[in-house]
Each structure stands twice: as C-alpha cells, then as structure tokens.
Design a protein. Structure first.
Ligand code: AMP
Ligand code: MG
Length: 398
C-alpha cells in the first residue's frame, strides 16, 4: 500500500497543465494566468492629490494667505504652473500643477473665492500621490500560474487588458457505478439506494473551478461501464466512483484496462479511502474513487482536486493546513492514516477541533458539518489538549 504522499506524487508527476486560451477579462475570475503581465502603464499616470483641498508650494506655507489662481477637477489638466505665493483649488485624483509639491486639505484652511488662509506649514509631498507609486511601466506585476481573483482582475483592467491568456479548464466526466443506484428523479426501488456521488463529485468539480460532464449511472456490467467511459473520452479527465474494490462486481479497473488504460496505483493507506485507482487512458488521467460517499469526497479532495488544479494551470494545489487543539478525543483505530471529519471553532488565539460525529465512510451527514479533516496517524488516539493537524476544507468564520 502506498502512503498518501507517494500516491499524490505519482498522480501529480503524470499531470500537466492543459493548453492556453484567451478569455475576456470579465470571465477570467478564478482562472490561472498563462502569461507574464508587464505593466505598460504608470499607475497613477501623474502626481495627483489624495484629498480635496489646495495645491501649494510647501515652502510658501505657514500662517499665510495665498491667492487662489485656478481650479483643477479630476479629469482635467491644470491650466498653468503654480507660481510663488499662489494656490489652486484641487480635488481628489486631479493632477498637481507644475510648481506645486503639496496639498493642504480643505478642512485645514479658511477660504474665500480668491484667497485661502493656511494655519500651518506643510511638508513637501503632503497628500500627493506620486506618479507610478502603485506600478511603474516595465514592472512585472503578475506571473504565470497566479490565480485571478478580484484584485488581479481590477489590476488587469487598470493596465488596459480587455482579454487575458489563461490555461484552459479541464472538463471532467463523472461516472457512478452500481446496480443498486437509483438516479435523481427516480424513487429508489427495493434494494436500491439514491445515487449521491454523481452530485457531490459534480459540486466538488465545480468548486475546484473546472467543468463537470455527467455520464450517469452504469450497472455493474463491463459493457455498460465501458460504453459510458467511452462517452467520457471527450473530456480531459475521467472520474468514476465505486466498483474498484475486490468483489466480483468491482469491474471499473477491468473496464478501464479493456479501453486501453494503464493503471498506476490502486491502494493507499488511508481511512476513509484505501481503494483508489489512478491511471492514464489515451493521454488523460483517469480516477476510480471508492464508492462510499464520504470516501469518494475525501479521496477527491486529496488526489483529484490537486490534479485538476494543476491541469487548470494553478501553482497552489493544496488546501491550507492548520494546527488545532483537540477539544475532545479523536481516535483513529487501525493502522491506516485517518482523515477525520472535524468541526473547527475559534478559542482565543487558537483553533479547536472536534469530531463531527460517527466517522463511518457512508455517513455523509458528518461531512456536512466538517470544516476540515484532522490528519491522524494510524493506531493513535488524540486526546483533549493535544495538537492535531487539520486540512481546512472551507472558509473559516471566526
Ligand atoms: P462499492 O465500492 O461498489 O462496493 O461501493 C461501496 C459502497 O458505496 C456501497 O455501499 C455502495 O452502495 C455505495 N455507493 C457506491 N456508489 C454510490 C453512489 N453513487 N451514491 C451513493 N452510494 C454509493
Ligand atoms: Mg458496487
């Protein structure tokens, strides 16, 4: 059996970013940048005022009266340079006139139409935003692999990029297998259970920022599994759940091999999980996840999500990990490493972790409550007060 790290290493060593494409900046949120962005502009383009007030020469200031010789609003240029003993009315964002080197906020003066009375001296540079204080022309501002969030997108707009080159998003074909599965829209008959994995995996794929394609439910028959996987060959990744264990009806591996897949790994020492298949089929990664709903979700988190992020061009592939204090016992019986569902709560300067409930791999309810997965070595009981490492799955509210 492989360790989680060995399995992940095998998976990532066989996963590469897809080709690139240009997208409209308005649709670029969450995508991985595929070009180096060098600033072709100076931001801000000229010295400007950070306050509404009066543009002055710092050396003229003190307890003095200055003549107001102009008015500069944002979006216009000063009509002439500022001479000694003069001030100009100026508004936030408006360019400073030549000769001026400071702004006195309007709150600090007494003003009439033609004159302004200052109370104190001001330093050169006061309330002036220098040209290029944010970015200079030629600065490297974003690098390939960076995830485009709100700040990056705002920045690209500031630099004039209407379109941007990003890595293509993988399409992931999702197959559920099992004679017992009744798909959504069908009432489960005798001996049947509802198909959950298609929907949780679809949502996980979407959360990872990539595109799901649903292949439906295959019966535990080679021809049905093969036929549906074959439909999935239009996708960049195949993802199935169930049917990868050792029972006679566990046919997913056989179906993959029949289609020409090369399988690289099968068993990983973890709980939940263990049977997970990873292989390559005509150049695309294929994953056979275990069938139990929690096992499918957890193995997706640990193995599939990082692979999808890499294919989508991202540099950061992994969820954050934090150290938390156990608030109650977290036992991990058995020799496999545990990824146990925990709820996190803020306790002073620390995070506290407690199990969300029964850890059976079919108990999806305890996944609903889980903020993260506590990583616990085999045959270990974490006792209250111990520190435990937690893989954080969702945004934490403190
Ligand atoms: P298997 O690996 O095929 O033996 O499946 C393991 C367990 O997961 C069995 O109890 C299955 O009924 C259950 N299971 C498999 N696929 C799904 C699914 N799509 N939705 C819900 N439960 C599933
Ligand atoms: Mg089955």
């Amino acid at each position: 059996m492989l360790t989680v790290e060995e399995a992940l290493e095998q998976i990532l060593s066989r996963t590469v970013p897809l080709q690139t494409e240009r997208v409209d900046l308005r649709g670029a949120l969450g995508r991985a940048l595929a070009e180096t962005i060098v600033s072709r502009r100076e931001i801000p383009p000229w010295r400007n005022s950070s306050m509404d007030g009066y543009a002055v020469r710092a050396e003229d200031t003190g307890e003095v009266d200055l003549a107001v010789v102009g008015r500069i609003i944002a979006g216009t240029l000063p009509s002439r340079p500022l001479a000694r003993g003069e001030a100009m009315r100026i508004f936030t964002g408006a360019p400073l006139p030549d000769g001026a080197d400071a702004v006195v906020p309007q709150e600090d003066v007494e003003a009439s139409d033609s004159r302004v009375r200052l109370r104190t001296r001001v330093d050169p540079g006061a309330y002036v935003r220098p040209a290029g204080e944010d970015v200079r022309r030629g600065d490297v501002v974003l690098e390939p692999g960076c995830r485009l969030g709100a700040a990056e997108i705002g920045f690209l707009a500031a630099l004039g990029y209407r379109q941007v080159r990003v890595v293509r998003r993988p399409r992931v074909a999702i197959l559920s297998t099992g004679n017992e599965l009744a798909d959504l829209g069908t009432e489960p008959g005798p001996g049947q259970i509802p198909n959950t994995n298609t929907y949780s995996l679809m949502a996980q794929v979407l959360e990872a920022g990539v595109e799901p394609i649903v292949l439906g439910v295959a019966a535990d028959r080679l021809d049905d599994i093969e036929r549906r996987l074959d439909w999935g060959l239009s996708a960049d990744v195949l993802l199935s759940s169930a049917g990868v264990s050792v029972g006679e009806l566990d046919l997913v591996r056989e179906a993959l091999v029949a289609l020409g897949a090369e399988l690289h790994l099968w068993k990983v020492s973890m709980r939940p999980g263990k049977p997970i298949t990873f292989g390559s089929l005509r150049g695309r990664p294929v994953f056979g996840l275990p069938g139990n709903p929690v096992s499918a979700m957890v193995t997706f988190e640990l193995f599939v999500r990082p692979a999808l992020l890499r294919m989508a061009g991202h540099r950061r592939l992994h969820r954050p990990r934090i150290a938390a204090r156990a608030l109650a016992r977290i036992p991990n019986p058995g020799s496999r490493r545990g990824y146990l569902r925990v709820q996190l709560s803020r306790d002073g300067n620390e995070w506290g972790a407690r199990l969300t409930g029964d850890q059976g791999s079919g108990i999806l309810r305890s996944m609903i409550l889980a903020d993260g997965l506590a990583v616990v070595p085999g045959d270990t009981v974490v006792v209250p007060g111990d520190t435990v490492e937690v893989l954080v799955l969702r945004e934490l509210m403190s």
